[in-house]
Design a protein around this ligand. Structure first.
Ligand code: NAD
Length: 496
């Protein structure tokens, strides 16, 4: 059985812990590897390596850092397919989708290649007679990333290219369910010339996470995962004085207005609900048909949902793969059952789907549940599977109220041809990322990504300008070079 190890100080190591977790192949249902689970001593070793590397890395010139980033960019670009295969084999998503994930991560590396421009400070000449003032930003030190299973390549890449470009050193704790791609990326960093200890990977579970949260030498924590854990991470890490950004779960609504093109809306709704088997924090899991939109939409939507080709991620014919584990599949099926028992009408049923040749794979087919009310468990819970709950609202105002009553505020979308209604929606919803006829409005790397309410704890969104701010701290300098005798005063200094 293959063992997936840590990457500490530029080398693989199994560490000192004997704990292991299985890594599954979701398409076949077989265990394909085991991953080591770090002890707190293993975490100490990674943080010590990162702390030692910080001294010289933070002093490395911008041009040297940038040339390493450009080399890393070239390597990730040329290994896109191999990285995507690693994602598909452990996560289950189809290969074309995994390539898209690597591509979106690559775009953050490309953003970070512009770090000299992004780190330029501000300068004010002659703020007082012979006095100048300027601001600049410096790295924090050792920073940690704790990431979810659903984007094992992209989500860590939301963090470490910017953290490293700004002069920090990084300890990544990836999901224990699909840990391999992070190890391959660590090798590519080394090949790009990144000094040992600047990027480290610690495999593990709660033990490793808690050790990072409590470690006195970790200055900041970036987390992406479910809401209860995000809340916990934020509380525990801020209690030890760390800077924290903790992105949580989601329940993303799409409004369909009666004037929308129903074929377009249903194609895109279906893609947004069933792409990556619904295991995206930006998946649409709640459709809200406004006014008379419902009946026509449901007819088209059911046809579209039934036509999705489900199969193993490596099969180029598949549009949707399995979910990540058998526990995830059973939980999703349980929530479909609950949705039906609580008044929903299952119009497309993915329970019990069997993919020939992959009978033991963790498959659930696309599922549409109509007549869902806001108190139904399939709506109140983040399902994180290929399940679209359909609700109704009489007016756009009612639909906005429904979105705002939900505790999550990650993403949302509206399908319409009416600019005034779209504007009303954009201004009225308490959600961080909004699409107009764009159902999965994931911002580009040069904008920042983040939700509102229970979808984000902390002040900073990830990547883009907020990413640069998160991983740096500002200084402002006021300077004079006196060549005449100046009298000092005990009064508050004022400009003259
Ligand atoms: P998760 O919260 O179970 O795990 C995330 C990370 O936290 C993993 O590294 C895991 O090892 C660690 N962890 C799990 N339980 C822990 C505990 N009790 N104490 C300390 N650490 C713990 O999330 P997941 O199932 O891997 O990922 C799916 C979730 O992530 C969904 O809720 C999804 O919406 C969310 N997500 C959010 C975003 C976003 O941008 N807001 C992006 C991707 C995924």
């Amino acid at each position: 059985m293959r063992t997936i190890t840590h990457w500490i100080d530029g080398a693989t190591t199994a560490g000192g812990s004997s704990r292991r977790a299985p890594v599954w192949e979701p398409a076949s249902g077989r265990q394909q590897a085991e991953v080591v689970l770090a002890s707190s001593d293993d975490v100490d070793a990674a943080v010590a390596a990162a702390a030692a590397a910080f001294t010289s890395w933070s002093q490395t010139s911008l041009s040297r850092r940038t040339s390493i980033l450009f080399r890393f960019r070239e390597l990730v670009n040329s290994h896109q397919h191999e990285l995507a295969e690693l994602v598909t084999d452990e996560h289950g998503k189809v290969l074309s989708d995994a390539r898209g994930e690597v591509q979106r991560g690559l775009e953050v590396i490309e953003f970070a290649c512009g770090i000299p421009q992004l780190l330029k400070g501000e300068f004010s000449d002659q703020v007082s007679t012979d006095v100048d003032s300027w601001t600049f930003r410096q790295p924090l030190g050792v920073v940690a990333g704790i990431t979810p299973f659903n984007f094992p390549a992209m989500v860590p890449m939301w963090m470490y290219p910017i953290a490293i470009a700004t002069g920090n050193t990084f300890v990544l704790k990836p999901s224990e369910r699909d840990p391999s791609v992070s190890m391959r990326l660590a090798e590519l960093w080394a090949e790009a010339g990144l000094p040992d200890g600047v990027f480290n990977v610690v495999q593990g579970d709660k033990v490793a996470v808690d050790a990072l949260l409590d470690h006195p030498d970790v200055a900041a924590v970036s987390f992406v995962g479910s809401t209860p854990i995000a809340k916990y991470i934020h509380e525990r890490a801020t209690a030890t004085g760390k800077r924290v950004q903790a992105l949580g779960g989601a329940k993303n609504h799409a409004l369909i207005l009666p004037d929308a093109d129903m074929q377009f809306a249903s194609d895109h709704l279906s893609a947004a609900a069933f792409g990556s088997a619904g295991e995206r924090c930006m998946s649409i899991s709640a459709g809200v048909a406004v006014g008379s939109a419902g009946d026509h939409l449901m007819e088209v939507l059911d046809r579209t949902a039934r036509s999705v080709k489900v199969g193993p991620g490596r099969d180029t014919q598949s549009e949707m793969g399995p979910v990540v584990t058998s526990q995830a599949r059973d939980r999703i099926v349980g929530l479909i059952d609950a949705g039906e028992q609580q008044g929903g009408t299952v119009t497309v049923d993915g329970r019990g789907l069997v993919v020939p040749g992959h009978e033991d794979g963790f498959f659930v087919g696309p599922t549409v549940i109509d007549d869902v009310t806001p108190d139904n468990e399939v709506y109140t819970t983040e399902v994180f599977g290929p399940v679209l709950a359909m609700l109704r609202a009489d007016t756009v105002d009612d639909a906005i109220d429904l979105v705002n009553a939900n505790p999550y505020g990650n993403g949302t979308a509206v399908f319409t041809r009416d600019g005034a209604a779209a504007r009303q929606f954009v201004r009225g919803v308490q959600v961080g990322m909004i699409g107009i006829n764009v159902p999965v409005p994931v911002p580009m790397a040069y904008h920042s990504f983040g939700g509102w309410k229970d979808s984000l704890f902390g002040e900073h969104h990830v990547h883009g300008p907020d990413g640069v701010r998160f991983y740096t701290r500002g200084k402002v300098v006021t300077a004079r070079w006196p060549d005449t005798e100046l009298s000092a005063s005990l009064d508050m200094p004022t400009a003259d």
